[in-house]
Design a protein around this ligand. Structure first.
Ligand code: PDD
Length: 290
């Protein structure tokens, strides 16, 4: 595999950044994860838009325009003969003397890593995955806004460590007010039955979450299929009384959940319907853009 580093494609074994890179020293930088299906990068414009938004929230000027970034992604995919791929863009503050001041770094480091996309085990989709509600709280949005997809991922890593210790696949975090936010790398949805009608619930953006691109698609698809949606502040007790739970992100799409803490769930009809609709939406995107 070749890695794109600052305008050059470098063999993976030689792909290195400086120990003085502020991404390494301070987690000062941002990233985006994308997925390519059959050579088409799904929702590329939206991911690039979010990359620029993250950059602007940390006052980092990406030294490339959107067209240049797109062409660099396609060049990297081509160099690695990849069609179904995992793609990660990382932009760090760059290399500079030790110290927090971004002005110490002359220019950002721009990296694209690609890999063959490896499907998640089929059993995850068939049976669902286990989650815990973590004792680690999500970063306060007034401190490090979760809308910044930053290289500083310790908050999420601490929650992931707890999940692993408890033999769970993912951890959901609450915010400082005890409201549900999101997983370590995903958004969360659950179905509450109201007078026999299904309401698809997900924490609202003001709870302090990343506005996932998959989350937005799921909300649109639900509305299109006549499913009532509710973006709001929820407590963990709300998810405990749900009939279905699933998590979403760019790589997993819609992943059913079979357990949150000690509460079990079936892979239900809303989850199945939305995942089928999601896959259809990907196919339509490929037909339009590809
Ligand atoms: N993670 N919330 C968090 C904290 C995330 O890191 C992600 C994405 C999401 C879902 O966003 P989207 O639907 O746009 O992928 C929500 C990516 C996949 C990652 O960390 O690699």
């Amino acid at each position: 595999m070749h890695v794109y580093i600052n305008n050059r494609l470098i063999p993976e074994s030689k792909a290195k950044v400086s120990v003085f890179d502020h991404g390494f020293l301070y987690g000062d930088g941002i990233y985006e994860t994308m997925r390519a299906y059959e050579g088409v990068v799904f929702m590329l414009d939206e991911h690039i838009r979010r990359l620029y938004r993250s950059a602007s929230l940390i006052q980092l000027a990406i030294p490339k325009g959107a067209a240049e970034i797109k062409s660099a992604i396609h060049k990297t995919l081509k160099a690695n003969s990849l069609k179904n791929a995992y793609i990660r863009i990382t932009v760090s503050r760059g290399s500079g003397k030790i110290g927090l001041d971004p002005a110490l770094c002359e220019k950002p480091t721009f990296i694209i890593i690609t890999n063959e996309f490896k499907d998640y085990p089929a059993s995850f989709y068939k049976k669902g995955v286990r989650l815990i509600i973590s004792s680690v709280k999500r970063n306060l949005k007034e401190a490090i806004n979760p809308q910044i997809k930053s290289l500083n991922f310790l908050n999420n890593i601490l929650a992931k460590i707890e999940a692993k210790k408890k033999k769970a696949y993912e951890a959901l975090m609450l915010n400082s007010q005890g409201h549900l936010t999101e997983g370590t790398i995903c958004n969360v949805f659950f179905v509450l039955k109201k007078k026999n009608k299904s309401v698809l619930c997900t924490p609202s953006l003001d709870c302090g979450i990343l506005d996932g691109i998959t989350r937005n698609i799921v909300l649109e698809l639900a509305k299109k299929h006549g499913i009532t949606t509710k973006e709001s502040k929820f407590k963990k007790e709300d998810i405990y009384r749900a009939s279905e739970v699933f998590i979403t992100n760019t790589t997993m799409e819609i992943m059913p959940v079979c357990k949150v803490d000690s509460v079990s769930y079936q892979v239900g009809s809303v989850t199945k319907l939305l995942h089928e609709a999601y896959k259809e939406n990907v196919r339509a995107y490929l037909a339009k853009v590809g």
